[in-house]
Design a protein around this ligand. Sequence first.
Ligand code: MTE
Ligand code: MO
Length: 301
Amino acid sequence: MARRYTSDLSWKDVTPKSVFLNRRQILAGSAAMFGAGLFAADAQAQEALVPNSFEDITSYNNYYEFGTRKEDPARFAHMLTTQPWSIVIDGMVDNPGTYSFEQIVEGMTIEERIYRFRCVEAWSMVIPWNGFELADLLDRVGVQEGARYVAFETAFRPNEMPGVRLPVLDWPYREGLRLDEAMHPLTILATGLYGDAMPNQNGAPIRLVVPWKYGFKSIKSIVRITLTDTEPYASWNAAQPNEYGFYSNVNPNVDHPRWSQATERRIGGGLFAGRIPTLMFNGYETEVASLYEGMDLAAFF
Ligand SMILES: Nc1nc2c(c(=O)[nH]1)N[C@H]1C(S)=C(S)[C@@H](COP(=O)(O)O)O[C@H]1N2
Ligand SMILES: [Mo]
């Protein structure tokens, strides 16, 4: 497939892998040091200052299906069976069906995309994903006239995902994009990072990455992709509509109701590095601003 995107980032911008794996401890540690009173009070942060084993380190991913406590994913993410894996592609497509992971990646150009990744919690990284453009898959299944949105669903496996026993979200985890967002060359389905297969806690075997949107739009371990003419259910939007909009575009001018989105902490910039300004559309304004022409981004946040 033709390469349609050229990155403005290179390996020198990449968050070192050790820092990537360590990021939540680093965040917890620096928060403890800078936050008055937190140092003594926050047992979790104190504990996080102690160097961790690889297993500890990878327990800090956000993947609520494995629980909301930081130790849950390390204990349970390995339970997710990622082989075999299949994705149902249905709705307004010419070739609906159940496609195996192998069928999906076959013929796709898996390439490295070094992207900024901005979490809604105001930290950011630069991640070398391995993946292919979602548009290439959608072209292959044939999007029908009238389709306007793409809905995504994560696996729901109570036997493998202890977190789904708690009603934290209305499972399965679901997200959605407008069709033009889904077809944008920046939007990828990632099957790995740092040149390795996708770790379970990062959404193995295949997850979405939409680099100009807050991290929660990048849904993990996808089992269903549905083309539809109505705005899809989106888990965080449904859970807290005043805090998380359907669009969730990174926007320094629209604060989260409980904190500013104007700046972010770039992980890997050193423990004492200051915050950096958050860029409009996470630095991808040139590429994506035209998608939202004429829209009030404060109303459609
Ligand atoms: N299925 C699923 N996808 C998910 C989440 C989740 O809890 N479940 N968390 C989201 C959030 S809030 C973030 S910040 C990113 C984190 O991705 P990473 O752990 O690979 O950095 O995954 C997103 N995708
Ligand atoms: Mo997040």
